[in-house]
Design a protein around this ligand. Structure first.
Ligand SMILES: *Cc1c(COP(=O)(O)O)cnc(C)c1O
Length: 399
């Protein structure tokens, strides 16, 4: 199971081969620099507090939307400077429900950066809307405002869905200016940006848009299962979100066709506990990012994101870019050889995924980006020695 934890999500290999006993023995059970680190994150202290809360839930039978849901919603909203937080079942639902709350419907067009996790695209397609791909800033993978402006000449968009990918903050203020002229709604996919900041120094979640989160276990703030959340400022949208997530149920009865996307009390209990740690953990991530910058910025063969992100990013992941796919795969293999966790997030631009290949838009820079990007180990518990090992392994690969 340990091996699974550390390599979670890496779909680039044959699974049977990867988990065969021989492969595991050959690689050693524990990576020398783990990509994630659940052993440290979910330490005995946390686990015993979680068990106490679980027992409390079992005794009260308040399995769904219990007291910890309310507490988490209040505290998370306050922390991110939003008026409210509404917990839902997962991050994909959070996106879908936000689009619906904005009235995005069948046949509407939604602008999406061509670099994200596949779920961002699914949320649009599953409500019957159409994706229009917006190209990305080649330095970051974030939605490019210039590309959006060009797209708007040919497409009428109902909404856009900028993604704070890797935890890097998308240029929300610039995008807002473009969108406000045409009353285009904005849903920010902040699944990877818990505790991150905008360019203006305010927390992600404090804008006037709807901001969505996934609390999947690997995220900066993750539950012990699936959960999601939506932050917002507008009461009218809040009413819709609450109706949609709970079968359209109002005090007077069912007043719309909603769905079930409630969050269970066990997830809320864990998230409410882990919320106390996120600032400390993000601070540690930031320090690690700073040290990667120190160790790697002299290397000509790799490109880092602009250094200003050290301050604002939640550093969910630490992406670097190589010259091309070949040098990227070579480095990935060299790191794996030394048991250094790494992933090719995202190995394909969204537009290169078969089921959504046919949607229009600007795609080229994202496709190139996806062939060059590689993510280094990033979690709050990487020590100086491990950072050195990662940096020297990378340097040696190019000497
Ligand atoms: C994790 C993630 C999601 C999906 O969240 P789930 O909780 O798995 O549904 C959506 N968008 C991005 C960018 C993500 O990283």
């Amino acid at each position: 199971m340990q091996v699974y934890n550390y390599e979670f999500f890496d779909s680039s290999e044959d699974l049977e081969q990867k988990y065969s006993i021989l492969t595991i023995l050959k690689k050693g059970l524990i990576m020398s620099v783990p990509f994630y680190n659940f052993q440290e994150l979910h330490n005995q202290e946390l686990l015993s507090e979680v068990k106490e809360r679980y027992n409390e839930i079992l005794e009260t039978n308040a399995f769904i939307e219990g007291k910890y849901n309310t507490l988490f919603e209040q505290e998370f909203a306050e922390k991110q400077q939003a008026k409210y937080c509404r917990m839902v079942a997962n991050g994909t639902d959070a996106l879908e429900i936000s689009l619906k709350a904005y009235g995005v419907d069948h046949g509407d067009k939604v602008g999406l950066p061509n670099i994200s996790f596949y779920a961002s695209a699914e949320a649009i397609v599953n409500i019957g809307a159409e994706i229009v791909f917006i190209d990305v800033d080649p330095a970051t993978g974030l939605m490019c405002p210039e590309s959006l402006k060009r797209i708007l000449k040919n497409h009428k968009l109902k909404a856009i869905m900028p993604v704070h990918i890797y935890g890097l903050n998308a240029p929300i203020e610039t995008l807002e200016k473009i969108c406000s002229e045409q009353n285009i709604k904005i849903v920010e996919d902040a699944a990877q940006a818990q505790g991150g900041f905008y360019e203006n120094g305010k927390p992600v979640g404090s804008s006037n848009n709807l901001i969505t989160y996934s609390f999947y276990p690997t995220k900066n703030l993750g539950g012990f299962g699936d959960a999601g959340g939506i932050l917002g400022q507008c009461d009218e949208l809040d009413t819709k979100i609450k109706l949609i997530r709970n079968h359209g149920r109002a005090p007077e009865g069912h007043i719309m066709v909603g769905r079930n996307s409630r969050c269970d009390s066990f997830q809320a209990a864990v998230l409410h506990l882990k919320l106390k740690k996120i600032d400390q953990h993000n601070k540690q991530r930031k320090e690690i990012a700073g040290k990667y910058f120190e160790g790697l910025s002299g290397l000509k063969d790799i490109q880092l994101v602009p250094e200003r992100f050290v301050k604002t990013s939640s550093w969910h992941l630490f992406p670097i870019q190589l010259e091309n796919d070949e040098t990227r795969r070579k480095l990935s293999a060299a790191l794996k050889d030394k048991n250094i966790g790494n992933t090719l997030f995202y190995e394909k631009a969204l537009s290169e995924e078969k089921p959504i290949h046919h949607y229009e838009g600007e795609k080229a820079k994202a496709i190139e980006f996806s062939q060059k990007v590689l993510c280094l180990p990033m979690n709050p518990f990487i020590n100086d020695q491990e950072i050195k090992t990662v940096c020297s392994t990378i340097a040696a690969n190019f000497s």
